[in-house]
Design a protein around this ligand. Structure first.
Ligand SMILES: NC(=O)c1ccc[n+]([C@@H]2O[C@H](COP(=O)([O-])OP(=O)(O)OC[C@H]3O[C@@H](n4cnc5c(N)ncnc54)[C@H](OP(=O)(O)O)[C@@H]3O)[C@@H](O)[C@H]2O)c1
Length: 172
């Protein structure tokens, strides 16, 4: 166990970078929800307030840390943090307590944009769609990020589109 667990960004991203529309996911992909659960279970998860509202509850089996500037924010079972630095400090302490090997940042667009510069790993589900949207994942710069694994998905009846699970690590 390292003193500071790595920061992992977990996101499902369309071919045009879209991740959300009107406060929700623009697609239905049951396989990706299962993948998300497997990646994040037992880990602290950090998310923006809008993503928390879209999920509607803390994630079971995961310490849920919500980043918001609203000092009055309170949600049973979730921890509020006033900025990203505070959220990551809370998450890292939680990971060390739990013996978790990483901190997971799970969106949305604002939080990904703020955190990608300090992230250690990206777990991206590439969704083979180009939907309209209003939230995006930042560009993955190939000079910074190296693809280390890729698993093509097998769409089931509850998956709206083909997809692939891709892991990136820092190139240097
Ligand atoms: N495809 C995916 O993998 C995925 C994953 C997650 C979310 N999403 C989608 O993404 C969309 C939401 O993303 P979004 O970009 O609109 O919102 P977001 O990043 O989830 O949340 C934004 C909110 O977080 C708080 N915040 C952000 N930066 C902060 C900072 N530095 N300090 C304090 N608070 C901060 C603010 O909350 P306050 O306004 O309360 O101050 C801000 O309004 C939804 O459509 C959701 O479904 C998709």
């Amino acid at each position: 166990m390292t003193a500071s667990p790595p920061l992992v960004l977990v996101a499902a991203v369309a071919e045009n970078g879209v991740i959300g529309r009107a406060g929700a996911l623009p697609w239905r992909l049951k396989s990706d929800l299962r993948h998300f659960r497997a990646l994040t279970l037992g880990h602290p998860v950090v998310m923006g307030r809008k993503t928390f509202v879209s999920i509607g509850r803390p994630l079971p089996g995961r310490t849920t840390i919500v980043v918001t500037r609203d000092r009055g924010f309170a949600a049973a079972g979730a921890v509020a943090a006033g900025d990203l630095t505070t959220a990551l400090a809370i998450a890292r302490a939680d990971a060390l307590r739990r013996g978790a090997d990483a901190v997971m940042l799970v969106g949305g667009g604002q939080l990904y944009g703020e955190a990608i510069g300090t992230a250690d790993r990206l777990e991206i589900t590439r969704v083979r769609l180009r939907p309209d949207g209003d939230a995006w994942f930042p560009a993955v710069d190939e000079r910074v990020w190296r693809e280390v694994s890729r698993t093509e998905g097998t769409p089931g009846p509850e998956d709206e589109a083909p997809f692939a699970f891709i892991r990136y690590e820092r190139a240097g």
